[in-house]
Ligand binder design. Sequence first.
Ligand code: SAM
Length: 482
Amino acid sequence: MDLGQVFTSPIVARYMVSLLNVSKSSSILDPCFGNGAFINACLDEGYTNITGYEIDNHLYNSVKQVQPRLKLYNSDYLQADEAKKFDAILMNPPYIRHEKIDELSYIGISKKTLRLNPIFLELPTTANMYMYFIIKALQMLNIDGNLVVIFPSSWLNARSGKSFEQLISKQATIEKQIHISGEVFQKSALVDVVILCIKKTIEKSDREIIHLNLSDDVITPRIIQRSTKKLIATPVPFHIYANVRRGLTTGANDIFINPPLKHNNEYLISIVSSPKSIIGFSTTAAITDHLLWLHGEKKKFPKSVQEYLSQCKKMIISTQKPKTLYLKIQQHYSWYELSDIDSDGILFSYFVRNDMKFIMNTTNVLARDNFYIIKPQIDRHLLFALLNNYYTFYQLERMGKKYGAGLLKLQRYDIEKILFPDIASISSSDKEHLINLSKHMIDNNEDMIAQITLIISRYMNCNYKEICEDYALIKQQRLEDK
Ligand SMILES: C[S@@+](CC[C@H](N)C(=O)[O-])C[C@H]1O[C@@H](n2cnc3c(N)ncnc32)[C@H](O)[C@@H]1O
């Protein structure tokens, strides 16, 4: 007989108990306690109000003998009285395929008997046994109670998985989805498993996705190192579709940016200095600074400008700083002349703080050296889409240098290492779709990155779900690296 007996290792049981967000006096249930991994972990953590069910006589007796005072039942949990409610439930439910459920009819369990209970009616007929356990557990949770459940993650990719998730979401919210690899179960083949932290509430919250690895009894965050080759089928190097340069460096921002020369507008031009001043995905609504823009002999400029330049020059000579301007003065150059930088193209921030984004320079505004300027060699909207997607972001997250406080610094050669999918392999309708999504993003400041990624995923080796997860993980690791 198959009762789905796969036992949780003590370290994982302890980790799952640590995910409970309830007081030590709370009532805790393990609906199928096996050899008591969760019971032991709960007792170790100071929880005492513990109830458990286990259908297997032998397992029940061995745990009951050691813990005679706990409320342990040697019975079928699926028949348990649903009027009993608990503050928290910890569970590793039996994994039994639907075709095998009827083989348990000799102990009173069959699909037919299960479906006599109205709470199971919405489950698909192909539901695995663990789905019945989860639905039943949700039924027996107090409002705001926690269910922490571990089970194989294969359902996440299955079609029935979506409807199962929707069923959970009707009465609860999945707060955490923790993927854990390694020796999670005792004496078992390695399977991909997931731990869900579910709260019984109708208030929805954002789901945190975490990836962990268990080895040598230590749980650590998993770092995904997916090689770019595994990402892209036929990679095309950056320089085929674009080139990149840094924005304008003044050498002395105090002197050149927003100088106290408000009445000399003809000598001030707009410059975009910081990614923070850009709203959305274009420069259309960017807040710009004034840059002192002087060319020619000093004596041509108005008196106020000349005075300002003299003051600055004096300061540069006395401090010998900044060095580049000091040297220019020594060599009798027009030290105040800055060379023009063609900023037309796509802008990208030198430092990334939270989310990455490439920005279309719709206003052709001059960009400071806090930005890179990317010049398209192909349709600019198509390039915009090839840049604004998780495949490119993932590559940049891997290449950039972590700077602490969640900062990521990207050098020009990092950008030049980006690999793109071959646009010749992209169908014309997909190209058109990508271009339209880019235009929509630019014109409406609306994030279309997921949609762009989904289209591009058709031409990649790693699928949409994988890249979303990997990117979320690598980004989360950077943000947590404080
Ligand atoms: C996957 S094991 C997990 C055991 C333990 N909670 C752990 O994590 O190590 C599932 C357990 O459920 C028990 N079981 C299966 N069907 C059951 C039912 N209808 N009611 C109660 N226990 C059941 C099995 O005997 C098995 O011990």
